[in-house]
Design a protein around this ligand. Sequence first.
Ligand code: MSP
Length: 533
Amino acid sequence: MNLVEKTEKIFALTTPLYYVNGLPHIGSAYTTMAADAIARFQRLLGNQVLLVTGTDEHGQKIQRTAQTKNLEPQVFCDQVSAEFSSLWKLLNIQYDRFIRTTDSRHEVIVKDFFKRVWDNGDIYLGEQKGWYCVSCEEFKEERDLLEGKRCPIHTNKEVEWRDEQNYFFKLSKYQEKLEHLYQHHPDFIQPESRRNEVLNFVKQGLQDFSISRVNMDWGFEVPVDPKHTLYVWFDALLGYATALLDPDEEAGLEKALQKWWPIKLHLLGKDILRFHAVYWPAMLMSAGLNLPHKVFAHGYLTKDGQKMGKTLGNTVDPITLVERYGSDAIRYYFLKEIEFGKDGDFNEVRFINVLNADLANDLGNLLNRTSNMVKKYCGGNLPPITAEDIPVENLLKAIGLDLGSQVKVAYQDLAFDRGCEAVLALVRACNKFIDEHAPWSLYKQGQQDAVEKILYAVLESVRLSAYLLSPIIPDTSNKIYQQLGFQVNFNDQTQTAITTPFAVHSQWGVLSNKQKLGKPQPVFKRIEIPKND
Ligand code: MSP
């Protein structure tokens, strides 16, 4: 395999490393669910995938929160970090690496990286004066502050005045190089609207930023001056590199970057785009390292129009949601209902209505009614038909022939809503097709051949839909595939790319009467709207 082929087959992607100042909420879960869907889709394509997630555990915000709980920061971090990994399991997230920035190997990577940047002459000691938001762990421009010197993102928090000596990173030196990057790699920042925001920000002229703090010891020492602690963001971004080490591999920056670097995709919320699209590539340029291929910033999940967050305390608890509705329901709602890149509000009634309409009625019922007809009209066996027996004029076949490539592009564009809608259009067409062709009447008229073609076309469409939705609703897709007689487990990532490769299973006509249909069962149970709780 030549180098080009090798790198095309390797796909490392990241979620942000979440702050452990509070329990995970649905906002943090959102990025992770999206990342997992992409990872699953990439695995179906046959790529080697590494999904990186983890927790960001240093800095003032965490230190202060631990203090308020009377806990040692490390003890506090251990507790909250475990909550993240267990939520990811509940949400059926198949992460490959969970990096914690308090991992001892991470310190080695950060120091190796610091040395490269230092040796390149891009770090100097200077004066830092300005308003600092501890919740953002970021200095703010005075003009951006709300009344009462409050942070525009954490609207209930006042910023703090800082006047201290810090080490700075020479971001200004990378102004032209960054502009060149954005111009020559227009896909580097996505979506387009966010890209424009970054371009406008950079156009105003980049300023060096401080990468150390004094009077704060929850973090790594600055290697050249132990009185200083490295700024949490300088430390955290490098978590993406540390995560690439194999589990028992000795730490070292070069080693870490050997197999999976460069990262193909950083997924994050729009609040932290600047760090990923401006600071991070400049830091990498300074260290002489390759840049990630793409940074995608999605929107905020809001509740009553306000960003949901730990600091504001207006979060939706994902554990309650998962326990009530199961992981597929949550994954489906957030990925299908919100255009990835735009903000979206959460409303439980809407959530239930969407799931009932799409998964319980349109998809689940379709399989159920069709399986029942197969039982009645075909003795419970799949009709002995192949895809070639169905003419291309058949509406379902016509839609299905194109659907795989259409949904592939949607996943590649991270347009989950578009992908789901395209699949749902086929599902709805199937229901209409059955109603219009009324196989029960054809059966009575003795038109067995026509009945079999209809049932085959519908079941094949259901199979195709389940396959294409499997990165989003793997459990439901499993139930559908099993009912159609396949021995497949979409949660077994070592197996699916071999048993159900995208190139084959995204095509129309995979179903054959060699499969023995399973017992009809509801693949997605209808949800009742809970009474005022
Ligand atoms: N620790 C930093 C990231 C360092 S990455 C090297 C951080 N952590 S965070 O926990 O505050 O938030 C991380 C991410 O969580 C956001 O960028 C976003 O991906 C997700 N979200 C947090 N709140 C969210 C919403 N209300 N809505 C959507 N996503 C949200 O920043």
